[in-house]
Ligand binder design. Structure first.
Ligand SMILES: CC(C)(COP(=O)(O)OP(=O)(O)OC[C@H]1O[C@@H](n2cnc3c(N)ncnc32)[C@H](O)[C@@H]1OP(=O)(O)O)[C@@H](O)C(=O)NCCC(=O)NCCS
Length: 305
């Protein structure tokens, strides 16, 4: 049967997340990265962010089907004039047949319709097929990123003194203005609904980073020890901010701490390396035009930004 393409519905999101996991597992295995952190036998986590984006603007979510079986999934979101490709995954046995190219084209229609001024994708730095596909569509590699990880035990032996404090944001709605100002300063756009998603769906706990009583950034910490997004205002020290965040995250006693750190965030990267963090996976940020200040912003995940 020929592959057909249609807008995704809510019912597609769970089967699509199985395709995502199959494609990630296969890619990682082929490149010697080993199994994913979640055991392949357990069901993938609920697709909360795709569900949220589907309810906000369904035009960015597409499935490719062969005889009613999902063989590919493309998912993009927009915030203001920024378009982001969140996920593009094709079942391993159906790759290199043109499915990814068509799905990418469908998601890019959202950018055209929404008059996007910036378009961004974070992909696996070691996947020649995805990097090559995006290059062919006008995206350029701009920023290396690394998922850094440390077991909690490693951190407990280190001093995490910081000149900054990490205070719960409660509720996020009352902090809209200063969060928006930091996003404007660091990213060049606001993403109010995404802050609402993180706190509303209890995906992660939000914190205001303070220096001398003034907010100099924000950070989200998930129960499994994953940290991000983290934004650091331009006048603050990334190393001091990240140590305050780590101290707070360690208190939740997760098994390990992890975050996605851009290469430009040199002071954060230096502090994490000195604390014993190790590289787990390399990524690359690709965009049509330069955007964002990646020295001062740590994305949550490749697809959330
Ligand atoms: C990346 C992925 C979505 C692409 O989908 P696909 O259906 O396999 O890709 P297509 O057949 O549509 O296109 C493959 C394109 O890869 C590019 N490509 C492949 N190998 C390449 C290489 N070595 N160098 C440069 N470009 C390459 C080409 O542009 C090719 O298109 P073309 O030759 O027809 O012009 C899919 O392979 C996949 O799921 N990979 C694993 C997960 C992943 O990396 N997802 C991206 C997350 S952002």
């Amino acid at each position: 049967m020929p592959v057909t393409y249609r807008p995704a519905t809510r019912a597609d999101l769970a089967p699509a997340s199985v395709v995502v996991r199959q494609a990630v597992d296969d890619l990682r295995r082929r490149h010697g990265f080993g199994a994913l952190i979640t055991p392949p036998t357990s069901p993938p986590p609920p697709p909360l962010f795709p569900e949220f984006c589907l309810s906000e603007d369904s035009s960015g979510l597409w499935v490719a089907e062969d005889d009613s079986t999902i063989v590919g999934f493309g998912f993009s979101w927009m915030s203001g004039a920024l378009w982001c490709l969140s996920q593009l995954f094709v079942r391993p046995c159906r790759q290199a047949e043109g499915v990814g190219r068509v799905l990418l084209g469908k998601t890019l229609e959202q950018a055209q319709k929404g008059k996007a001024r910036s378009k961004v994708i974070i992909t696996f730095a070691y996947n020649a097929a995805s990097v090559g596909l995006y290059l062919r569509h006008g995206f350029h590699p701009r920023e290396p990123l690394y998922r850094l990880v440390a077991p909690l035990g490693t951190l407990m032996q280190k001093a995490l003194q910081s000149t900054c404090d990490c205070v719960p944001i409660d509720p996020v709605a009352t902090s809209r203005e200063w969060i928006g100002q930091i996003d404007d300063e660091v990213l060049g756009f606001r993403r109010e609904s995404h802050h609402g998603f993180l706190s509303g769906a209890s995906v992660a706990e939000g914190f205001r980073i303070e220096h001398a009583g003034r907010p100099v950034g924000y950070a989200y910490i998930a129960g499994n020890g994953h940290i991000g997004p983290v934004a650091v205002s331009l006048e603050a020290s990334g190393a001091e901010v990240i140590k305050a965040v780590l101290r707070r995250a360690s208190g939740g006693r997760p098994q390990r701490l992890s975050m996605l750190v851009p290469g430009s965030a040199d002071s954060v990267m230096g502090a994490l390396s000195a604390l014993g963090f190790r590289i787990e996976e390399p990524y690359v940020l690709m965009s049509e035009n330069p955007l964002g200040n990646w020295r001062n912003y740590l994305p949550r995940t490749p697809g959330f930004l």
